[in-house]
Design a protein around this ligand. Structure first.
Ligand code: FEO
Ligand code: CA
Ligand code: CA
Ligand code: CA
Length: 594
């Protein structure tokens, strides 16, 4: 018989209590170990990490900074090995460099930061005894892509005049990827990476379109524009148009050029997660993480080919270049007067309603009056504005349930909701000055991801369960963990949803939570782990035997620096804080949560 903690299958663990410890806290009976740290060498010739002797050359062969999205792909023919793909969203120079002078960064520091951005591919080895994973350095699939690697723009806007620069008159060849936040893994064995807050790297903008994307009019914080004029919009007005895309990477082909898929639109892409239609066409769900920005999907017109043949792989690398881009219009079914901005449930007992997908462009055809198709792809936010898309509370990660097809959208928070001159609460975004966020559950009509309409309801309205303005799918609130600011979402092999947080407003460190989405325990949210001081929990991946999390920006606290650290995780006092990937597994070797 089973005598451990109760819960839905896959979630039978004793919840971790909220805390502010400078470590990764896991449930009783579980253990953890670091898989890989910022700076660990992964490519042939890369030196061991030395925080006092960093160089751009070394960093280009080492694991990057601020790991975010994670994917693990199978590796055939190599026993016990998987391919880990990680995003490196951004750099935090003051925590990387001793004596960093923010007003006068050196060229070497800037070039290290370029090399610490981007993506890593690194083969990892499972350990026989437990859920530990260790990197296989110098594996031929290992790869670093940075802010200066070669990328290709593909799809309907590739080559557009809006994408041409003095260095690239073709409008098709871009140096680098920036601010890769969350992402997705495709059924055809590639990974997707959202270029999110790319605006922060560009200086001296003046156009209305750049303004809509948050690009500043003055110098940037990192001052990259001093070292490469492409980051100065006054000199290279189209360079920022070449960022803000979804990148597709083939991790099995180390010589391939990763592609920026223009058919999926340009915005602050948080993530991109596909689901197939019954006839095999991918549909990719995507959020634009900004207060009052939109939720999108792309429906491919091409069917995936099954199998691993060269022909199938080449065909499948074209799936995201042809199709239709849509934006969501979301409507509540309760009278507007019942949505009072406090989070009080309306009379029908649920925040719910219907929605439809507004087409923006199909190939070279624009569906938006007054905008060409190229303009729709490059200035997608403006297209959403024109068609009256629904202004959401910061759409972060999104994940379709592999079991039910329902799509879960993390809306992390929106402290500007209801402020003067800003949109007020609506049924899908029901709290003004929303500090804690919510998770929306979307069911496409006929369970067809290519459908033009859907039903939706809020699955979770986050916060302290003692706060009446919270909702846990109707589950008794005295039995759930407090949660704030849902960010990344993932499914486990049992069909439970796992949620990681960024920016907890309840006085605890951020963490990772699991929750059943169907059955009697739907809404029973349980906290699985917490992360160190200043950190955000990213990239959760739940396998049978292990949970993987990317501990991002540990030690990122106002006023902290290498000299005055707020965190010394993972290596302890006297050692520099290092963003790292962590594996959590059971001490008795059994599966997670059973
Ligand atoms: Fe990079 Fe929206 O989080
Ligand atoms: Ca309702
Ligand atoms: Ca995120
Ligand atoms: Ca975040």
């Amino acid at each position: 018989g089973h005598h451990g903690p109760g819960g839905a299958r896959g979630l039978r663990f004793a919840p971790v209590a909220p805390n502010k410890d400078d470590k990764v806290t896991v449930p009783e009976g579980y253990a953890q170990s670091v898989v890989i740290r910022w700076g660990e060498p992964i490519l042939r010739g890369a030196p061991a990490f030395d925080s006092e002797k960093q160089s751009a050359k070394a960093q280009a062969g080492q694991f990057g900074y601020n790991n975010d999205f994670l994917s693990l792909l199978p590796l055939k023919g190599e026993r016990g090995r998987q391919v880990l793909v990680a995003n490196h969203e951004y750099t935090d120079e003051v925590l990387m460099f001793r004596g960093y002078d923010a007003a006068n960064p050196t060229r070497e520091q800037v070039e290290i930061a370029w090399a610490a951005h981007g993506l890593s591919v690194v083969v990892v080895q499972e350990q026989h005894r437990d859920g530990r994973l260790t990197p296989v350095s110098r594996h031929p699939l290992n790869r670093r892509l940075t802010a200066t690697s070669r990328f290709e723009l593909t799809g309907p806007a590739a080559g557009s005049a809006l994408l041409r620069t003095s260095a690239d008159p073709s409008g098709r060849r871009v140096l680098g990827t920036l601010n890769n936040c969350a992402g997705g893994t495709t059924p055809w064995g590639t990974t997707l990476h959202g270029e999110e807050n790319f605006n922060q790297y560009f200086a001296n903008a003046s156009s209305a379109t750049d303004k809509r994307y948050g690009i500043g009019t003055g110098a940037t914080e990192r001052k990259w524009e001093r070292f490469d004029k492409r980051f100065d919009v006054a000199q290279e007005p189209n360079e920022p148009h070449r960022f803000g895309w979804v990148v597709e990477l083939d991790p099995y082909d180390p010589d391939s050029t990763p592609r920026k898929r223009t058919a999926l639109g340009r915005f602050k892409h948080e993530a991109a997660q596909p689901r197939l239609t019954r006839d095999g066409r991918p549909v990719v769900y995507m959020g634009d993480d900004e207060r009052f920005d939109y939720f999108y999907k792309f429906v491919s017109s091409k069917r995936m080919m099954k199998g691993d043949s060269r022909r199938a792989r080449e065909h499948n690398l074209t799936l995201l270049d042809e199709g239709t881009l849509y934006v969501a219009k979301i409507t509540g079914d309760s009278p507007a007067a019942e949505i009072d901005g406090t989070g009080k449930l309306p009379a029908d007992g649920e925040f719910d309603g219907s929605g439809h997908w507004i087409p923006l462009a199909t190939g070279d055809v624009s569906h938006v009056p007054g905008m060409t198709a190229e303009e729709v792809y490059v200035f997608t936010r403006l297209a959403g504005d024109k068609v009256g898309a629904t202004k959401m509370d910061r759409p972060e990660d999104v994940e379709p349930s592999p079991r039910t097809g329902r799509v879960y959208v993390a809306l992390t928070n929106n402290t500007d909701r209801g402020k003067a001159g800003k949109a007020g609460a609506d049924e899908a975004n029901p709290r003004n000055l929303n500090k804690h966020g919510q998770i929306l559950e979307l069911a496409e009509h006929w369970d067809d991801p290519a459908s033009d309409g859907f039903a939706w309801r809020l699955f979770l309205v986050a916060g302290d369960p003692n706060d009446p303005a919270t909702y846990f799918a109707g589950y008794p609130k005295e039995k759930v963990s407090p949660i704030s600011c849902p960010d990344n979402v993932a499914f486990d092999p049992h069909g439970n949803l796992w949620i990681s947080t960024d920016g907890n407003q309840l006085g605890s460190h951020d963490g990772l939570f699991g929750v059943a989405v169907h059955g009697e325990r739907r809404g029973e949210l349980k906290q699985f782990l917490t992360v160190p001081t200043g950190a955000e929990t990213c990239g959760p991946l739940i396998q049978d035997r292990r949970v993987l999390v990317a501990v991002q920006h540990p030690g990122e606290v106002d006023g902290a620096s290498v000299e005055k650290p707020a965190s010394t995780w993972p290596d302890g006092p006297g050692r520099i804080v290092r963003p790292s990937v962590v594996a959590v597994y059971r001490k008795d070797g059994r599966d997670i949560g059973v």
